[in-house]
Design a protein around this ligand. Structure first.
Ligand SMILES: Nc1ncnc2c1ncn2[C@@H]1O[C@H](COP(=O)(O)O)[C@@H](OP(=O)(O)O)[C@H]1O
Ligand SMILES: [Mg+2]
Length: 291
């Protein structure tokens, strides 16, 4: 391998021997999410499932600590917005101290463990690690420059350095079969059953926003609809990967998903194949209309 090729491969993959991560942000996000995912598998193994609360707490902590330490080491100038970091996650309002992330050029938006409930249930694979990079210098409407979603129990990491292929058109779309709608197992939107009946959809209940968006990316579901509450870290990384893949991702009223806002609440979204978006957004409009 020439010196030049070695330098390029190093920037993309990092150096396994020295533990040096990749230089390119998207590859770095993949590396970081994969490492945190490995740590979570080890926590599951060592803590066990007898006390789900203890397992959730241990997982959140281990993944958060690992990600924060690696970001501090390898991206010290960047700000962080994390579910597990009180100072960054609190909504900012005039007259209170402004969190670093609101004046920063680059902000890592991370959810160290998405699908915490499912993580604590033996045998479930619908939980994820989210690592996204928001930049003030936007080339995309949502300003997400990179993202990685690790699904450790599914042995896969999806990331924007090598975006996954667009999902294949399901057989059902040619034969007039049902649309498969991924939705929260525990907190599905109230209107979803009626909307599903309206458009001839069946529900695919699943944990974790990352796992549901990954299911749309790989074609196991046609769409993911959520409403009623969520935060930027729940969707930033999977939305970065979904949009890099070419899928539709927006608020349920069709507007752009925006990140690194003063208030990190981002309560609803729809992610789906591009061909389905007009139909789903029209149905959402009907079902969200105040009577
Ligand atoms: N109504 C709501 N309010 C706040 N967060 C919500 C929510 N519904 C779902 N979420 C969050 O969105 C993520 C995916 O949820 P679900 O598995 O129900 O689809 C979970 O993240 P965490 O596991 O990181 O807490 C969950 O806490
Ligand atoms: Mg989450």
């Amino acid at each position: 391998m020439s010196e030049r090729t070695a330098a390029r491969v190093g920037a993309q993959r990092g150096d396994a021997e020295s533990g040096t991560p990749p230089v390119i942000d998207a590859a770095f996000a993949r590396w970081l999410a994969a490492r945190a995912g490995q740590a979570l598998l080890e926590v599951r193994e060592s803590v066990g499932y007898a006390d789900p609360k203890a397992l959730k707490a241990a997982g959140d902590q281990a993944s958060h600590d690992l990600i924060r330490a690696e970001l501090a080491r390898w991206r010290p100038a960047d700000a962080v917005l994390s579910e597990e970091d009180e100072s960054s996650r609190t909504a900012w309002s005039e007259g209170t101290p402004r969190p670093d992330r609101l004046g920063a050029q680059r902000v890592w938006i991370i959810d160290p463990l998405d699908g915490t409930r499912e993580f604590s249930e033996q045998g479930r694979t619908d939980w994820a690690v989210h690592v996204a990079l928001w930049t003030a210098d936007c080339s995309r409407p949502n300003c997400l420059a990179a993202g990685a979603v690790a699904l450790p129990a599914q042995h896969r990491v999806l990331a924007t350095d090598e975006p996954p292929a667009y999902p294949p058109l399901p057989l059902s779309s040619a034969t007039g079969g049902k649309i498969r709608l991924a939705a929260s197992r525990s907190r599905p939107p109230e209107f979803l059953t009626a909307l599903g009946e309206d458009i001839g959809a069946e529900m695919v209940p699943m944990g974790s926003a990352g796992a549901k968006i990954a299911a749309v990316i790989s074609g196991e579901a046609d769409a993911y609809i959520h409403a009623g509450g969520q935060y930027e870290w729940d969707s930033a990384a999977p939305v970065a990967v979904a949009t890099a893949t070419g899928l539709h991702a927006s608020r349920i009223d069709g507007t752009t998903l925006q990140y690194n806002e003063a208030d990190p609440r981002l309560p609803d979204l729809v992610v789906c194949r591009k061909d389905l978006a007009p139909r789903l957004l029209a149905a959402l409009q009907r079902h969200l209309r105040v009577p």
